[in-house]
Design a binder for this molecule. Structure first.
Ligand SMILES: NC(=O)c1ccc[n+]([C@@H]2O[C@H](COP(=O)([O-])OP(=O)(O)OC[C@H]3O[C@@H](n4cnc5c(N)ncnc54)[C@H](OP(=O)(O)O)[C@@H]3O)[C@@H](O)[C@H]2O)c1
Length: 349
């Protein structure tokens, strides 16, 4: 009997999750975004090869949504895997691939070449989603300390952001990108974009985990038909030293998360992912470990956690931002809070 496509994908992974059963967010375009994706930022700890292997493993257990970025330095290796899985029968339209424009490519001339480079590296004809990684045009070398400053760093200047956005809109018109979106934004910045965009953002990627729930922003996104994609959904326990600050809390050690994990007999990380999916955001956990990846996907199709538990998790928010973005500050006497509209308004230049 002929081997079905699904059997080929699951070869060696009989306990993988059927991708058809993974819930999807349905976009206005009709596109279907799987409710959990695989992150691919190796946090300086994993080589491009190791992350690409993780992508291969994740696809084999049923992932169809991969969160990439040019700055992660591994798109070419991931591209080899994406070609291989398609040679093995997976159709392009079954995958959701995101990439992001890095901060030193904002403006009018570098956006389209940068997107084309990501497409070439990923061996794709189009991206499902292209995001502006940060709303600040800035250059800082890979891996620099958070005290490092770009002398030509600029604050958020809406007019400049729109120049970049217009290029993203062009990418959609050129057919190179199906959807466009934002990342690391704030409500006031998004309000301006929604006012001025010809093609609206469909997704916004933002830090979201039980100790950093951003309820007001989360509601704003849903109210405006923008899907929240939650990064560092487990609280990025192994993030680089440079992204650690005194006072950071650890989601997977929270007694509420640990209690629910014990009841479900899973790792506390899985509770973070499950809560995220159930709340309505799209988490993109990272792991190079096949069993962890599988657990993070399987929880999308297992019985929900109780309403009581959802309430308990809502109650442990500590407003603890982990990825503070200090390298984007443009003046010496500023605090990282200035990047995040603490007064409800964009911090003036
Ligand atoms: N847009 C942006 O600016 C932005 C910023 C940051 C991140 N991101 C995206 O978000 C993705 C995820 O964020 P992140 O990598 O910072 O952190 P994360 O997903 O919150 O945490 C990843 C860590 O959690 C552990 N883990 C994952 N699943 C587990 C499980 N089932 N059981 C036990 N431990 C588990 C892994 O440990 P082991 O390594 O030991 O397996 C991994 O190191 C990134 O890879 C990237 O794609 C985007």
């Amino acid at each position: 009997m002929a081997v079905t496509q699904k059997e080929r994908i699951f070869k060696g992974d009989p306990d993988g999750v059927d991708p058809d059963k993974v819930p999807k967010k349905i976009l206005k375009s009709g596109a279907r975004l799987p409710c959990v994706g695989l992150g691919t930022f190796g946090s300086d700890r994993f080589s491009a090869e190791a992350v690409a292997e993780a992508v291969k493993g994740a696809i084999s257990v049923g992932y169809r949504h991969i969160d990439c970025a040019s700055v992660y330095g591994n798109e070419a290796k991931i591209g080899t895997v994406l070609r291989e899985v398609r040679e093995n029968g997976l159709k392009r339209e079954e995958l959701w691939i995101t990439s992001k424009l890095w901060n030193d490519k904002h403006g009018e001339k570098d956006v389209i070449p940068s997107c084309k480079q990501s497409l070439k590296d990923l061996q794709l004809d189009y991206l499902d989603l292209y995001l502006i990684h940060w709303p600040f045009s800035n250059f800082h070398a890979k891996g620099v300390d958070v005290t490092s400053r770009d002398p030509s760093a600029k604050p958020y200047i809406h007019e400049n952001y729109m120049k970049t956005w217009r290029q993203l809109e062009k990418l959609v018109k050129m057919g190179l990108v199906k959807h466009i979106g934002t990342s690391n934004m704030t409500i006031p910045k998004l309000k301006l974009l929604l006012r001025d965009a010809e093609i609206k953002p469909v997704c916004n990627e933002l830090e979201l985990h039980p100790h950093f729930q951003q309820p007001e922003f989360f509601k704003f996104l849903l109210d405006n038909d923008i899907i929240p994609i939650g990064f560092s959904p487990i609280g990025s326990p192994l993030r680089p030293e440079r992204d650690r600050s005194p006072g950071d809390t650890v989601d997977i050690e929270d007694p509420v998360i640990v209690k629910i994990a014990k009841r479900l007999n899973v790792h506390p990380a899985v509770v973070c992912v499950k809560w995220a999916i159930q709340r309505g955001q799209v988490p993109i956990p990272f792991s190079v470990n096949r069993n962890e990846c599988l657990a993070n996907l399987r929880c999308a199709v297992s019985a929900p956690i109780t309403q009581e538990e959802m309430k308990e998790i809502a109650g442990i928010d500590k407003n603890c931002r982990l990825i503070k973005g200090q390298v984007f500050l443009w003046k010496s006497n500023q605090s990282w809070e200035d990047l995040w509209a603490p007064s409800g308004e964009i911090t003036p230049p």
